[in-house]
Design a protein around this ligand. Structure first.
Ligand code: PCA
Length: 324
């Protein structure tokens, strides 16, 4: 009986706010590998939290989709299979076009524009996540996206018939508009998808090109800088609500630091990674005006399609962003 009472008391205590004395361990899943700057940034983020809570909150990071695969990470956070996760925001574009806004071609192509687009879209993305009882902590941009291919790209006609790696609904649509066959492939599977011939072309950052040793499979990188997509780090709302206020503050501060540090890392590494592509024999090419004009036309069409899907919410977002 006494044991039961102790047990109930412990349970009651456990129902209150966590941290302060309690030893809490969370699992966090990310789709990307250890060498990616996003993952290195996450490692800093969890270390900062661990230190500031005197080791009371320990977050175990499972990288490269090793615990939960990318398409399942958001669901796993929602169901509390894991407490925290990182996802590529636009992979959720099928749930709402708002999630896809940073992957619409040529809407935001510099870091300044990407930061403005993030500022304009953040409240809407937070609202969408809230519906799923998920809390947004921070988001960080990838370097601008360019094409990796085995053949010269002089006009948009040159994409016809290529086998293209898609990473969200927007890139699948782009493949369609360029006459390519699109297949969705996650980053850790890129080398295998190239070597087995499932794909022979992709659009991604210099970062992911280096991470997947693109020089083993393709000859050219066309630096078209089509868009600057982002990852976001999220936590289950119920798990969050169980934390005491000082722990919440620690995490929010670490998140703000991670957001700032991450964007800086991204900026710094864009050129460095292009140089690594070049050193390994990939030809890094400035696209011709003709190619860019053709791609921009497709971008225009995709912005219109996005607006049709996103309706008045989308219009308001683009207005805040300053698009006209
Ligand atoms: N790398 C990730 C997302 C965008 C990027 O640059 C990928 O290729 O899936």
């Amino acid at each position: 009986m006494k044991r039961l009472a102790t047990c109930i008391a412990a349970m009651l205590l456990g129902l209150g706010a966590t941290a302060a004395g309690a030893d809490t361990r969370w699992d966090m899943a990310t789709p990307y590998g250890e060498s990616t700057f996003h993952t290195q940034n996450i490692r800093e983020f969890v270390k900062e939290i661990n230190e500031a809570t005197n080791g009371e909150l320990r977050i175990e990071v499972h990288s490269a989709g090793s615990l939960v695969s990318h398409p399942n990470i958001k669901r796993a956070v929602r169901s509390r299979q894991i407490q925290m996760g990182e996802v590529f925001i636009s992979i959720l574009g099928n749930e709402s076009p708002i999630y896809a806004v940073d992957s619409v071609p040529f809407l935001a192509t510099s870091y300044e524009e990407a930061a403005e687009l993030w500022e304009a879209s953040r409240p809407k993305i937070e609202q969408l996540l809230e519906r799923d009882r998920i809390k947004l902590l921070y988001a960080v941009a990838w370097p601008a996206q360019g094409f990796y291919t085995n053949q010269e790209l002089n006009t948009v006609e040159d994409f016809r018939g290529l086998r293209f790696r898609a990473y969200n609904a927007t890139t699948s649509r782009m493949a369609e508009l360029l006459g390519m066959q699109g297949t969705q492939v996650e980053v850790p599977e890129i080398p295998q998808a190239f070597s087995t011939g499932i794909i022979n072309t992709m659009i991604t950052s210099p970062t992911t090109g280096v991470d997947s040793t693109a020089w083993d499979f393709v000859d050219y990188f066309y630096d078209v800088q089509a868009w600057i997509p982002k990852n976001m780090v999220v936590v289950n709302q119920q798990v969050w609500d169980q934390l005491d206020e000082s722990t919440q503050e620690i995490i929010l501060e670490a998140a703000a630091n991670a957001e700032e540090r991450g964007w800086q890392m991204s900026r710094e590494e864009a050129d460095r990674q292009k140089a690594i592509l070049d050193e390994n024999g990939l030809r890094v090419i400035e696209p011709s005006e003709e190619l860019m004009n053709g791609l921009r036309e497709i971008g225009e069409q995709m912005i219109q399609e996005w607006l049709e899907q996103a309706g008045s919410d989308g219009e308001a977002l683009l207005e805040t962003y300053g698009y006209n």
